[in-house]
Design a protein around this ligand. Structure first.
Ligand code: PGA
Length: 247
């Protein structure tokens, strides 16, 4: 696991954007795994800026998002589909047919999970996956205790995750109880992974990721078994990490 220390959120976002742009430009038919949440907003902002200024094209790019809430349709302002449209897809030249998020309104959720996995396989797997990290070590919505062998599946969100996401909703009651998430095995099969972390509230999590053992109660630790993972974290997120090998 390579650790890159960024000065601040801005630099973290720029470093991640540079890598995404570089890979998209050198492989026009590229499969990109995407994340939601507060952390990748700066990255998406920079991808949009670069598309507008330098014309980086996403016409041949296929995307798969990590997760989606169950019960929220794509046009619901709190759905991850809506977030992606608003922050990225509506501002670049990606083709609608190449955008994939799990369908949280599918009648048969088990079938939807199997279908999502099939689509990823048919696209040849994910070349570059962007990840955030929850304070409890979750990646996607793979909460502590998730099996490393898990594929796309339905999860019941922990109270801490619902609480962490509740400020996007009018009230805690409105935060969906369940979601569909790519599994840990699906994520770990990506060719390259970039995990982003910003802010002091992530510093003990990042310390645990860097120095702790691989353990199923801390899902992100599985990334330590992957040959091509880069953690790009800002100074605040690295505050507690004892002498990480930084680049
Ligand atoms: P955040 O969420 O980017 O909003 O901190 C990260 C996550 O929960 O994976």
């Amino acid at each position: 696991m390579k650790i890159i220390k960024a000065m601040n959120y801005e630099e973290m976002s720029q470093l991640a954007a540079d890598r995404v742009i570089d890979r998209v430009r050198s492989h026009p038919h590229f499969t990109l795994g995407l994340a939601t949440g507060a952390t990748p907003l700066g990255l998406y902002n920079k991808l949009v800026g670069d598309h507008q200024k330098n014309g980086t094209s996403y016409q041949g790019v296929v995307t798969f998002n990590l997760d989606e809430y169950i019960g929220l349709p794509p046009n619901h302002p709190n759905s991850y589909h809506y977030y992606m449209n608003q922050h990225l897809f509506d501002h670049i030249d990606i083709e609608e047919k190449n955008i994939h998020l799990p369908d949280g309104t599918a009648e048969n959720l088990v079938k939807e999970c199997i279908f999502y996995e099939k689509q990823i396989r048919q696209a040849g797997g994910i070349r570059l996956q962007i990840l955030g990290i929850g304070q409890n070590g979750h990646i996607g919505f793979n909460e502590p205790g998730t099996s490393p062998d898990s594929r796309t599946h339905v999860v019941r969100l922990t109270e801490s995750t619902r609480k962490a996401n509740s400020h996007y909703f009018k009230s805690m009651e409105e935060v969906p109880a369940c979601a569909i998430t790519m599994g840990l095995a699906t994520i770990i099969e990506s060719e390259e992974i970039i995990l982003l972390a910003s802010g002091e509230h992530k510093s003990s999590t990042i310390d645990k990721l860097i120095h702790g053992d691989v353990h199923h109660q801390f899902p992100a630790s599985l990334l330590k078994t992957h040959p091509n993972v880069t953690v790009i974290a800002d100074q605040a997120a690295l505050k507690m990490a004892r002498a990480p090998r930084v680049y």
